[in-house]
Design a protein around this ligand. Structure first.
Ligand SMILES: Nc1ncnc2c1ncn2[C@@H]1O[C@H](COP(=O)(O)OP(=O)(O)OP(=O)(O)O)[C@@H](O)[C@H]1O
Ligand SMILES: [Mg+2]
Length: 199
């Protein structure tokens, strides 16, 4: 991301994040990942929704996830092998979801960085509620089930910089929406339990 793009998105990132060959966005549905990803050149952004649409004509079709992930992985490995930056736009809230991305980085000798979006749960829920449900005849819509979103948020709240480095990330930061864009935490620790959703 260029400095101009960084300023345009209201997010100023440390060099270890900006220079990583693989940047993994992590955040619950509605956290703002895709909006933020638009700060990078479109060709660098590998969006799971976009791959779902490529393979099934429907970005929301959860039944297309396995095929979409396979296609995304193929492009990811090809780009990383060619030393081309990749920004992975998917929720990536579980360790398993991140492990294969790190394996692709490892296999290609690429440094991987994590950018955790810590948008408050209430904001994610409000944005999700405004999204359309399934179109007639479709099983899935842009709105995700609330319990799924709460689970994703809880997983994101528990992430730490040290934990992400243990997983294999060379660098990890967390960003929280602030009055003027995003406030970046260079050494993320778990969110206080008061910010976590009720069970
Ligand atoms: N910084 C922001 N300020 C205000 N609104 C925002 C901001 N970022 C995103 N939004 C709005 O929040 C909604 C969700 O954002 P976005 O689609 O980027 O989330 P996402 O993390 O990609 O969600 P998903 O995982 O479901 O794809 C959009 O309507 C977007 O316009
Ligand atoms: Mg998105």
């Amino acid at each position: 991301m260029s400095q101009d793009r960084a300023r345009a998105s209201g997010l100023v990132l440390p060099n270890a994040i900006v220079s990583a060959g693989l940047l993994v966005l992590i955040g619950a549905a509605g956290a703002g990942k895709s909006t933020l990803a638009a700060a990078w050149p479109a060709r660098q952004v590998l969006s799971l929704d976009a791959f779902r649409e490529m393979v099934s004509d429907d970005p929301c079709d959860q039944d297309a996830t396995a095929a979409a992930l396979a296609a995304l992985e193929a492009v990811l490995v090809a780009r990383l092998a060619m030393r081309r930056r990749c920004v992975v736009d998917a929720t990536n809230t579980t360790r398993e979801e991140r492990a294969w991305l790190l394996a692709a980085a490892d296999a290609t000798g690429t440094a991987a960085a994590a950018l955790v979006l810590r948008t408050p749960l209430a904001e994610c829920l409000a944005r999700n509620a405004l999204r359309p449900g399934p179109l007639p005849g479709r099983e899935f819509g842009r709105r995700v089930p609330e319990e799924v979103l709460r689970r994703q948020f809880t997983a994101v709240a528990a992430l730490t910089g040290a934990g992400l480095r243990d997983e294999g990330f060379a660098a990890a930061v967390a960003a929280t929406p602030a009055a003027t864009g995003w406030s970046v935490d260079m050494a993320p620790t778990p969110l206080p339990t008061a910010s976590a959703p009720a069970a």
